[in-house]
Design a protein around this ligand. Sequence first.
Ligand code: BGP
Length: 472
Amino acid sequence: MSTTADTPFPASFLWGGATAANQIEGAYNEGGKGLSVQDVMPQGIVAPRTAEPTPDNLKLEAIDFYHRYAEDIALFAEMGFGVYRFSIAWSRIFPNGDDAEPNEEGLAFYDRVLDELERHGIEPLVTISHYETPLALAERFDGWKSRELIGFYERYARTLFERYGARVKYWLTFNEINSLLHAPFMSGGISTPKEELTDQELYQAMHHELVASARATRIAREVAPNAQIGCMVLSMPVYPLSPAPTDAVAVMDFDHSNLVYGDVHTRGEYPGYFLRTLREKGIELDITSEDREDLTNTVDFVSFSYYMSVAMTADPSKKVEGEGNIMGGVPNPTLEASEWGWQIDPVGLRLVLNQFWDRWQKPLFVVENGLGAKDQLVEVDGVTTVEDDYRIAYLNDHLVQVGEAIADGVNVLGYTSWGCIDIVSASTAQLSKRYGFIYVDRNDDGTGSLARYKKKSFGWYAEVIRTNGAAL
Ligand code: BGP
Protein backbone atom coordinates (compact mmCIF):
# COMPACT_ATOMS: atom_id res chain seq x y z
CA MET A 1 0.00 0.00 0.00
CA SER A 2 1.60 3.26 -1.07
CA THR A 3 0.49 6.55 0.45
CA THR A 4 1.79 10.05 -0.12
CA ALA A 5 2.87 12.42 2.61
CA ASP A 6 -0.31 14.50 2.49
CA THR A 7 -2.87 11.68 2.53
CA PRO A 8 -3.14 8.52 4.59
CA PHE A 9 -5.27 6.84 1.90
CA PRO A 10 -3.50 4.13 -0.11
CA ALA A 11 -3.32 4.57 -3.90
CA SER A 12 -5.60 1.52 -4.27
CA PHE A 13 -8.36 3.08 -2.11
CA LEU A 14 -11.78 2.77 -3.77
CA TRP A 15 -13.85 5.96 -3.58
CA GLY A 16 -17.47 5.92 -4.61
CA GLY A 17 -21.13 5.83 -3.71
CA ALA A 18 -23.89 3.36 -2.84
CA THR A 19 -27.58 2.72 -3.56
CA ALA A 20 -30.11 -0.13 -3.44
CA ALA A 21 -32.41 -1.33 -6.22
CA ASN A 22 -35.71 -0.74 -4.43
CA GLN A 23 -34.75 2.83 -3.55
CA ILE A 24 -33.43 3.89 -6.96
CA GLU A 25 -34.69 1.78 -9.88
CA GLY A 26 -38.46 2.20 -10.06
CA ALA A 27 -39.97 0.22 -12.97
CA TYR A 28 -41.38 -2.06 -10.31
CA ASN A 29 -43.48 -4.04 -12.79
CA GLU A 30 -41.36 -3.78 -15.94
CA GLY A 31 -39.01 -6.25 -17.56
CA GLY A 32 -40.75 -9.25 -16.03
CA LYS A 33 -40.00 -8.17 -12.47
CA GLY A 34 -42.11 -9.71 -9.71
CA LEU A 35 -43.13 -7.80 -6.60
CA SER A 36 -40.78 -7.44 -3.65
CA VAL A 37 -41.65 -6.62 -0.05
CA GLN A 38 -40.76 -2.97 -0.76
CA ASP A 39 -43.51 -2.68 -3.36
CA VAL A 40 -46.07 -2.99 -0.54
CA MET A 41 -44.23 -0.76 1.97
CA PRO A 42 -45.32 2.79 1.11
CA GLN A 43 -44.51 4.20 4.54
CA GLY A 44 -41.17 2.78 5.50
CA ILE A 45 -39.99 0.36 8.14
CA VAL A 46 -42.52 0.61 10.93
CA ALA A 47 -45.86 1.13 9.19
CA PRO A 48 -47.89 -1.91 8.19
CA ARG A 49 -47.64 -3.21 4.63
CA THR A 50 -50.41 -2.79 2.08
CA ALA A 51 -52.20 -5.65 0.35
CA GLU A 52 -50.83 -4.61 -3.03
CA PRO A 53 -48.76 -1.76 -4.53
CA THR A 54 -50.44 1.61 -3.95
CA PRO A 55 -49.86 4.88 -5.86
CA ASP A 56 -48.44 6.61 -2.76
CA ASN A 57 -45.48 4.19 -2.73
CA LEU A 58 -42.61 6.32 -4.07
CA LYS A 59 -40.43 3.23 -4.56
CA LEU A 60 -42.58 2.05 -7.48
CA GLU A 61 -41.04 4.74 -9.67
CA ALA A 62 -38.22 5.81 -7.29
CA ILE A 63 -35.85 7.99 -9.34
CA ASP A 64 -36.25 5.89 -12.48
CA PHE A 65 -32.67 4.62 -12.53
CA TYR A 66 -34.00 1.65 -14.51
CA HIS A 67 -34.29 3.96 -17.53
CA ARG A 68 -31.71 6.62 -16.61
CA TYR A 69 -28.80 4.48 -15.41
CA ALA A 70 -26.47 5.60 -18.22
CA GLU A 71 -26.96 9.28 -17.42
CA ASP A 72 -26.53 8.66 -13.68
CA ILE A 73 -23.42 6.51 -14.04
CA ALA A 74 -21.92 9.21 -16.28
CA LEU A 75 -22.41 11.67 -13.40
CA PHE A 76 -20.73 9.25 -10.98
CA ALA A 77 -17.84 8.99 -13.43
CA GLU A 78 -17.64 12.78 -13.59
CA MET A 79 -17.06 12.77 -9.82
CA GLY A 80 -14.27 10.25 -10.39
CA PHE A 81 -15.90 7.24 -8.74
CA GLY A 82 -13.68 4.18 -8.66
CA VAL A 83 -16.50 1.99 -7.27
CA TYR A 84 -20.30 1.95 -7.32
CA ARG A 85 -22.27 -0.17 -4.87
CA PHE A 86 -25.74 -1.21 -6.01
CA SER A 87 -28.06 -4.11 -5.33
CA ILE A 88 -29.69 -6.56 -7.68
CA ALA A 89 -33.45 -6.82 -7.23
CA TRP A 90 -34.01 -10.50 -6.47
CA SER A 91 -37.52 -10.36 -7.97
CA ARG A 92 -36.16 -9.06 -11.30
CA ILE A 93 -34.14 -12.28 -11.57
CA PHE A 94 -36.58 -14.70 -9.91
CA PRO A 95 -39.98 -12.94 -10.00
CA ASN A 96 -41.54 -15.36 -7.52
CA GLY A 97 -38.34 -16.27 -5.73
CA ASP A 98 -38.72 -19.98 -6.43
CA ASP A 99 -38.99 -19.99 -10.24
CA ALA A 100 -37.18 -22.83 -12.01
CA GLU A 101 -35.48 -20.49 -14.49
CA PRO A 102 -34.23 -16.93 -14.09
CA ASN A 103 -35.84 -14.04 -15.95
CA GLU A 104 -33.51 -13.19 -18.82
CA GLU A 105 -34.80 -9.62 -19.15
CA GLY A 106 -33.84 -8.93 -15.56
CA LEU A 107 -30.38 -10.41 -16.01
CA ALA A 108 -29.89 -8.37 -19.19
CA PHE A 109 -30.68 -5.13 -17.35
CA TYR A 110 -27.75 -5.64 -14.96
CA ASP A 111 -25.52 -6.59 -17.90
CA ARG A 112 -26.24 -3.13 -19.28
CA VAL A 113 -25.49 -1.48 -15.94
CA LEU A 114 -22.20 -3.38 -15.75
CA ASP A 115 -21.36 -2.40 -19.36
CA GLU A 116 -21.84 1.23 -18.44
CA LEU A 117 -19.68 0.94 -15.33
CA GLU A 118 -16.98 -0.83 -17.30
CA ARG A 119 -17.02 1.90 -19.94
CA HIS A 120 -16.21 4.42 -17.19
CA GLY A 121 -13.71 2.22 -15.38
CA ILE A 122 -15.89 1.97 -12.27
CA GLU A 123 -15.61 -1.20 -10.18
CA PRO A 124 -19.01 -2.69 -9.30
CA LEU A 125 -19.77 -3.70 -5.70
CA VAL A 126 -22.93 -5.80 -5.73
CA THR A 127 -25.32 -6.41 -2.85
CA ILE A 128 -27.13 -9.67 -3.51
CA SER A 129 -30.03 -8.98 -1.13
CA HIS A 130 -30.85 -5.47 0.07
CA TYR A 131 -34.23 -5.53 1.84
CA GLU A 132 -35.83 -6.89 -1.35
CA THR A 133 -37.15 -10.38 -0.63
CA PRO A 134 -39.59 -11.40 -3.39
CA LEU A 135 -43.10 -10.83 -2.06
CA ALA A 136 -44.17 -14.32 -3.12
CA LEU A 137 -41.62 -15.81 -0.70
CA ALA A 138 -42.89 -13.52 2.06
CA GLU A 139 -46.45 -14.62 1.48
CA ARG A 140 -46.01 -18.33 0.78
CA PHE A 141 -43.17 -19.20 3.14
CA ASP A 142 -43.24 -16.35 5.70
CA GLY A 143 -39.85 -15.27 4.40
CA TRP A 144 -36.68 -16.26 6.20
CA LYS A 145 -38.64 -17.95 8.98
CA SER A 146 -38.65 -20.87 6.58
CA ARG A 147 -35.56 -22.99 5.93
CA GLU A 148 -36.74 -23.26 2.30
CA LEU A 149 -35.47 -19.74 1.69
CA ILE A 150 -31.87 -20.95 1.96
CA GLY A 151 -32.29 -23.03 -1.20
CA PHE A 152 -34.02 -20.24 -3.14
CA TYR A 153 -31.32 -17.74 -2.16
CA GLU A 154 -28.64 -20.27 -3.09
CA ARG A 155 -30.07 -20.67 -6.59
CA TYR A 156 -30.34 -16.88 -6.94
CA ALA A 157 -26.74 -16.31 -5.77
CA ARG A 158 -25.42 -19.08 -8.05
CA THR A 159 -27.22 -17.50 -11.02
CA LEU A 160 -25.58 -14.15 -10.28
CA PHE A 161 -22.09 -15.60 -9.82
CA GLU A 162 -22.40 -17.59 -13.06
CA ARG A 163 -23.66 -14.63 -15.04
CA TYR A 164 -21.56 -11.79 -13.60
CA GLY A 165 -18.76 -13.55 -11.71
CA ALA A 166 -16.15 -12.73 -14.35
CA ARG A 167 -16.94 -9.00 -14.24
CA VAL A 168 -17.84 -8.38 -10.59
CA LYS A 169 -15.10 -8.77 -8.00
CA TYR A 170 -16.78 -7.45 -4.84
CA TRP A 171 -20.01 -8.98 -3.51
CA LEU A 172 -22.07 -8.50 -0.34
CA THR A 173 -24.44 -11.28 0.68
CA PHE A 174 -27.10 -9.48 2.78
CA ASN A 175 -27.47 -5.80 3.50
CA GLU A 176 -27.30 -5.04 7.25
CA ILE A 177 -27.90 -8.66 8.17
CA ASN A 178 -28.30 -7.68 11.83
CA SER A 179 -31.49 -5.71 11.12
CA LEU A 180 -33.63 -8.84 10.75
CA LEU A 181 -34.59 -9.04 14.44
CA HIS A 182 -35.66 -5.38 14.41
CA ALA A 183 -37.39 -5.19 11.04
CA PRO A 184 -38.52 -8.75 10.19
CA PHE A 185 -40.69 -7.87 7.19
CA MET A 186 -38.36 -5.40 5.48
CA SER A 187 -35.18 -7.28 6.25
CA GLY A 188 -36.42 -10.88 6.25
CA GLY A 189 -39.68 -10.93 4.31
CA ILE A 190 -41.41 -12.29 7.42
CA SER A 191 -45.13 -11.60 7.01
CA THR A 192 -46.16 -12.52 10.55
CA PRO A 193 -46.47 -9.22 12.47
CA LYS A 194 -43.42 -8.55 14.66
CA GLU A 195 -45.41 -8.59 17.90
CA GLU A 196 -46.64 -12.10 17.15
CA LEU A 197 -43.20 -13.53 16.45
CA THR A 198 -41.39 -15.49 19.14
CA ASP A 199 -37.66 -15.08 19.81
CA GLN A 200 -37.30 -18.70 18.78
CA GLU A 201 -38.72 -17.90 15.32
CA LEU A 202 -36.70 -14.72 14.89
CA TYR A 203 -33.37 -16.29 15.84
CA GLN A 204 -34.10 -19.28 13.64
CA ALA A 205 -34.70 -16.88 10.73
CA MET A 206 -31.39 -15.19 11.54
CA HIS A 207 -29.69 -18.58 11.48
CA HIS A 208 -31.18 -19.31 8.05
CA GLU A 209 -29.76 -16.07 6.67
CA LEU A 210 -26.33 -16.78 8.14
CA VAL A 211 -26.28 -20.24 6.59
CA ALA A 212 -27.47 -18.83 3.25
CA SER A 213 -24.73 -16.20 3.35
CA ALA A 214 -22.06 -18.84 4.01
CA ARG A 215 -23.44 -21.05 1.25
CA ALA A 216 -23.21 -18.15 -1.19
CA THR A 217 -19.55 -17.83 -0.23
CA ARG A 218 -19.02 -21.53 -0.86
CA ILE A 219 -20.71 -21.32 -4.28
CA ALA A 220 -18.66 -18.28 -5.26
CA ARG A 221 -15.46 -20.24 -4.52
CA GLU A 222 -16.65 -22.86 -7.05
CA VAL A 223 -18.06 -20.75 -9.86
CA ALA A 224 -16.43 -17.33 -9.48
CA PRO A 225 -12.97 -17.94 -8.05
CA ASN A 226 -11.92 -14.30 -8.42
CA ALA A 227 -14.87 -13.00 -6.42
CA GLN A 228 -14.27 -11.40 -3.04
CA ILE A 229 -17.21 -12.05 -0.76
CA GLY A 230 -18.10 -9.73 2.08
CA CYS A 231 -20.72 -9.67 4.79
CA MET A 232 -22.49 -6.40 5.53
CA VAL A 233 -23.41 -5.31 9.03
CA LEU A 234 -25.02 -2.24 10.49
CA SER A 235 -22.37 -0.81 12.82
CA MET A 236 -23.22 1.18 15.88
CA PRO A 237 -20.46 2.05 18.33
CA VAL A 238 -21.77 2.27 21.84
CA TYR A 239 -20.56 4.29 24.83
CA PRO A 240 -21.38 3.77 28.52
CA LEU A 241 -23.65 6.57 29.72
CA SER A 242 -21.65 6.68 32.97
CA PRO A 243 -18.38 5.17 34.25
CA ALA A 244 -20.37 2.62 36.33
CA PRO A 245 -19.14 -0.94 35.62
CA THR A 246 -22.75 -2.03 35.18
CA ASP A 247 -23.04 0.44 32.30
CA ALA A 248 -19.90 -1.07 30.79
CA VAL A 249 -21.60 -4.48 30.94
CA ALA A 250 -24.68 -3.01 29.25
CA VAL A 251 -22.33 -1.75 26.53
CA MET A 252 -20.75 -5.18 26.15
CA ASP A 253 -24.13 -6.87 25.86
CA PHE A 254 -25.35 -4.39 23.25
CA ASP A 255 -22.10 -4.76 21.33
CA HIS A 256 -22.36 -8.55 21.40
CA SER A 257 -25.86 -8.42 19.94
CA ASN A 258 -24.34 -6.77 16.86
CA LEU A 259 -20.87 -8.33 16.74
CA VAL A 260 -22.23 -11.86 16.58
CA TYR A 261 -22.94 -11.47 12.85
CA GLY A 262 -19.38 -10.49 11.99
CA ASP A 263 -18.07 -13.15 14.37
CA VAL A 264 -19.98 -15.92 12.58
CA HIS A 265 -19.02 -14.61 9.14
CA THR A 266 -15.31 -14.40 9.98
CA ARG A 267 -14.85 -17.26 12.46
CA GLY A 268 -17.30 -19.77 11.00
CA GLU A 269 -19.17 -20.62 14.20
CA TYR A 270 -21.37 -19.12 16.89
CA PRO A 271 -19.43 -17.50 19.74
CA GLY A 272 -19.91 -18.51 23.39
CA TYR A 273 -21.64 -15.29 24.47
CA PHE A 274 -24.29 -15.91 21.81
CA LEU A 275 -24.89 -19.49 22.98
CA ARG A 276 -25.44 -18.02 26.45
CA THR A 277 -28.04 -15.61 25.05
CA LEU A 278 -29.86 -18.50 23.41
CA ARG A 279 -29.78 -20.54 26.64
CA GLU A 280 -31.09 -17.63 28.69
CA LYS A 281 -33.89 -16.99 26.24
CA GLY A 282 -34.77 -20.68 26.23
CA ILE A 283 -34.11 -20.92 22.48
CA GLU A 284 -33.01 -24.12 20.84
CA LEU A 285 -31.97 -23.49 17.29
CA ASP A 286 -32.41 -26.10 14.63
CA ILE A 287 -28.81 -26.31 13.44
CA THR A 288 -28.00 -29.30 11.22
CA SER A 289 -24.52 -30.75 10.81
CA GLU A 290 -24.63 -29.48 7.22
CA ASP A 291 -25.38 -25.98 8.57
CA ARG A 292 -22.32 -26.19 10.80
CA GLU A 293 -20.18 -27.23 7.89
CA ASP A 294 -21.60 -24.44 5.69
CA LEU A 295 -20.86 -21.78 8.31
CA THR A 296 -17.15 -22.54 8.07
CA ASN A 297 -17.11 -20.80 4.66
CA THR A 298 -15.91 -17.47 5.99
CA VAL A 299 -15.88 -14.16 4.14
CA ASP A 300 -12.97 -12.35 2.48
CA PHE A 301 -13.83 -8.94 3.87
CA VAL A 302 -16.28 -7.20 6.19
CA SER A 303 -18.36 -4.26 5.06
CA PHE A 304 -20.61 -2.08 7.14
CA SER A 305 -22.86 0.95 7.30
CA TYR A 306 -22.12 3.75 9.74
CA TYR A 307 -24.44 6.64 10.50
CA MET A 308 -24.40 7.15 14.26
CA SER A 309 -23.35 5.93 17.67
CA VAL A 310 -25.46 5.42 20.79
CA ALA A 311 -25.03 5.36 24.54
CA MET A 312 -26.12 2.56 26.85
CA THR A 313 -27.02 2.30 30.50
CA ALA A 314 -27.99 -0.41 32.96
CA ASP A 315 -30.12 2.07 34.91
CA PRO A 316 -33.74 1.49 33.89
CA SER A 317 -34.83 4.97 35.05
CA LYS A 318 -32.57 6.52 32.37
CA LYS A 319 -33.76 4.30 29.55
CA VAL A 320 -35.28 6.78 27.13
CA GLU A 321 -34.97 5.08 23.77
CA GLY A 322 -33.06 7.09 21.18
CA GLU A 323 -35.43 8.77 18.77
CA GLY A 324 -35.28 7.47 15.23
CA ASN A 325 -32.93 4.64 16.10
CA ILE A 326 -34.45 1.22 15.60
CA MET A 327 -31.53 -0.56 17.22
CA GLY A 328 -32.14 0.85 20.72
CA GLY A 329 -29.76 2.69 23.04
CA VAL A 330 -30.10 6.03 24.80
CA PRO A 331 -29.15 9.48 23.48
CA ASN A 332 -25.57 10.58 24.14
CA PRO A 333 -25.68 14.06 25.77
CA THR A 334 -22.32 15.02 24.21
CA LEU A 335 -23.49 14.71 20.60
CA GLU A 336 -25.72 16.62 18.20
CA ALA A 337 -28.35 14.78 16.18
CA SER A 338 -29.68 15.01 12.64
CA GLU A 339 -33.27 16.08 12.05
CA TRP A 340 -34.25 12.42 12.38
CA GLY A 341 -32.56 11.92 15.75
CA TRP A 342 -29.47 10.13 14.39
CA GLN A 343 -26.55 11.27 16.54
CA ILE A 344 -23.61 12.57 14.54
CA ASP A 345 -20.28 11.12 15.66
CA PRO A 346 -17.35 11.09 13.20
CA VAL A 347 -14.93 9.74 15.86
CA GLY A 348 -17.19 6.72 16.29
CA LEU A 349 -16.26 5.69 12.74
CA ARG A 350 -12.55 5.55 13.63
CA LEU A 351 -13.39 3.54 16.74
CA VAL A 352 -15.53 1.04 14.90
CA LEU A 353 -12.92 0.58 12.15
CA ASN A 354 -10.32 -0.18 14.82
CA GLN A 355 -12.63 -2.49 16.72
CA PHE A 356 -13.56 -4.52 13.63
CA TRP A 357 -9.97 -4.74 12.42
CA ASP A 358 -8.63 -5.77 15.83
CA ARG A 359 -11.38 -8.35 16.20
CA TRP A 360 -11.59 -9.88 12.74
CA GLN A 361 -8.34 -9.05 10.93
CA LYS A 362 -10.23 -8.89 7.64
CA PRO A 363 -10.08 -5.99 5.18
CA LEU A 364 -12.91 -3.53 5.84
CA PHE A 365 -15.13 -1.62 3.44
CA VAL A 366 -17.24 1.36 4.55
CA VAL A 367 -20.21 0.83 2.24
CA GLU A 368 -22.70 3.31 3.74
CA ASN A 369 -22.24 6.64 5.48
CA GLY A 370 -23.88 10.00 4.98
CA LEU A 371 -26.21 12.70 6.19
CA GLY A 372 -29.92 12.64 5.41
CA ALA A 373 -31.13 16.23 5.13
CA LYS A 374 -33.84 18.37 3.58
CA ASP A 375 -32.24 20.24 0.67
CA GLN A 376 -33.31 23.51 -0.97
CA LEU A 377 -32.77 24.08 -4.69
CA VAL A 378 -31.31 27.55 -5.41
CA GLU A 379 -29.97 29.46 -8.41
CA VAL A 380 -26.29 30.43 -8.19
CA ASP A 381 -24.93 32.36 -11.18
CA GLY A 382 -27.72 30.97 -13.31
CA VAL A 383 -27.03 27.37 -12.24
CA THR A 384 -29.59 25.34 -10.28
CA THR A 385 -27.92 23.71 -7.30
CA VAL A 386 -28.06 23.00 -3.56
CA GLU A 387 -25.67 24.70 -1.14
CA ASP A 388 -25.23 21.66 1.07
CA ASP A 389 -22.34 22.76 3.26
CA TYR A 390 -23.85 20.71 6.12
CA ARG A 391 -23.42 17.54 4.07
CA ILE A 392 -19.88 18.46 3.08
CA ALA A 393 -19.04 19.03 6.76
CA TYR A 394 -20.52 15.67 7.79
CA LEU A 395 -18.74 13.69 5.08
CA ASN A 396 -15.46 15.57 5.49
CA ASP A 397 -15.38 14.91 9.25
CA HIS A 398 -16.15 11.22 8.78
CA LEU A 399 -13.58 10.76 6.03
CA VAL A 400 -10.93 12.43 8.18
CA GLN A 401 -11.63 9.70 10.74
CA VAL A 402 -11.34 6.99 8.08
CA GLY A 403 -7.91 8.48 7.36
CA GLU A 404 -7.08 8.34 11.07
CA ALA A 405 -8.06 4.67 11.20
CA ILE A 406 -5.85 3.94 8.19
CA ALA A 407 -3.02 5.73 9.97
CA ASP A 408 -3.80 3.48 12.97
CA GLY A 409 -2.99 0.53 10.70
CA VAL A 410 -6.52 -0.55 9.79
CA ASN A 411 -6.87 -2.11 6.32
CA VAL A 412 -9.70 -0.19 4.63
CA LEU A 413 -10.48 -1.13 1.02
CA GLY A 414 -12.77 1.75 0.21
CA TYR A 415 -15.64 4.06 1.04
CA THR A 416 -19.02 4.38 -0.69
CA SER A 417 -21.14 7.20 0.64
CA TRP A 418 -24.81 6.31 0.97
CA GLY A 419 -27.37 7.57 -1.55
CA CYS A 420 -24.77 9.25 -3.79
CA ILE A 421 -27.73 10.42 -5.85
CA ASP A 422 -31.00 11.28 -4.04
CA ILE A 423 -33.13 8.17 -3.61
CA VAL A 424 -36.18 7.08 -1.60
CA SER A 425 -35.33 6.81 2.10
CA ALA A 426 -35.66 3.38 3.70
CA SER A 427 -37.02 4.52 7.06
CA THR A 428 -39.36 7.31 5.91
CA ALA A 429 -40.10 6.02 2.37
CA GLN A 430 -39.89 9.66 1.26
CA LEU A 431 -37.68 11.60 -1.12
CA SER A 432 -37.23 14.60 1.18
CA LYS A 433 -34.65 12.81 3.34
CA ARG A 434 -31.81 13.26 0.87
CA TYR A 435 -28.20 12.03 0.93
CA GLY A 436 -26.97 12.69 -2.62
CA PHE A 437 -24.29 14.71 -4.35
CA ILE A 438 -26.90 14.87 -7.11
CA TYR A 439 -30.33 16.36 -6.46
CA VAL A 440 -33.29 14.62 -8.07
CA ASP A 441 -36.40 16.70 -8.72
CA ARG A 442 -39.02 14.50 -7.11
CA ASN A 443 -41.20 15.44 -4.15
CA ASP A 444 -42.86 13.45 -1.42
CA ASP A 445 -46.22 13.74 -3.18
CA GLY A 446 -44.68 12.07 -6.24
CA THR A 447 -44.56 15.22 -8.36
CA GLY A 448 -41.37 16.45 -10.05
CA SER A 449 -39.56 16.24 -13.38
CA LEU A 450 -36.92 13.71 -12.19
CA ALA A 451 -34.27 16.11 -13.55
CA ARG A 452 -30.82 15.79 -11.95
CA TYR A 453 -28.85 18.78 -10.54
CA LYS A 454 -25.33 18.80 -9.12
CA LYS A 455 -25.15 19.97 -5.52
CA LYS A 456 -22.19 21.88 -4.10
CA SER A 457 -21.01 18.60 -2.53
CA PHE A 458 -20.63 17.13 -6.05
CA GLY A 459 -17.59 19.32 -6.77
CA TRP A 460 -16.28 18.85 -3.24
CA TYR A 461 -16.34 15.04 -3.48
CA ALA A 462 -14.78 15.12 -6.95
CA GLU A 463 -11.86 17.07 -5.47
CA VAL A 464 -11.50 14.67 -2.53
CA ILE A 465 -11.35 11.75 -4.96
CA ARG A 466 -9.00 13.53 -7.38
CA THR A 467 -6.53 14.20 -4.55
CA ASN A 468 -7.05 10.76 -2.95
CA GLY A 469 -8.17 12.41 0.24
CA ALA A 470 -5.51 15.13 0.45
CA ALA A 471 -8.25 17.75 0.03
CA LEU A 472 -9.99 16.71 3.28
C1 BGP B 1 -29.48 1.73 5.91
C2 BGP B 1 -29.99 0.98 4.71
C3 BGP B 1 -30.24 1.80 3.50
C4 BGP B 1 -30.58 3.20 3.81
C5 BGP B 1 -29.80 3.86 4.90
C6 BGP B 1 -30.26 5.25 5.29
O1 BGP B 1 -30.04 1.19 7.05
O2 BGP B 1 -29.12 -0.05 4.36
O3 BGP B 1 -31.11 1.12 2.65
O4 BGP B 1 -31.60 3.80 3.23
O5 BGP B 1 -29.81 3.05 6.03
O6 BGP B 1 -31.48 5.16 5.92
P1 BGP B 1 -32.70 6.11 5.58
O7 BGP B 1 -32.93 5.97 4.13
O8 BGP B 1 -33.80 5.61 6.39
O9 BGP B 1 -32.27 7.47 5.97
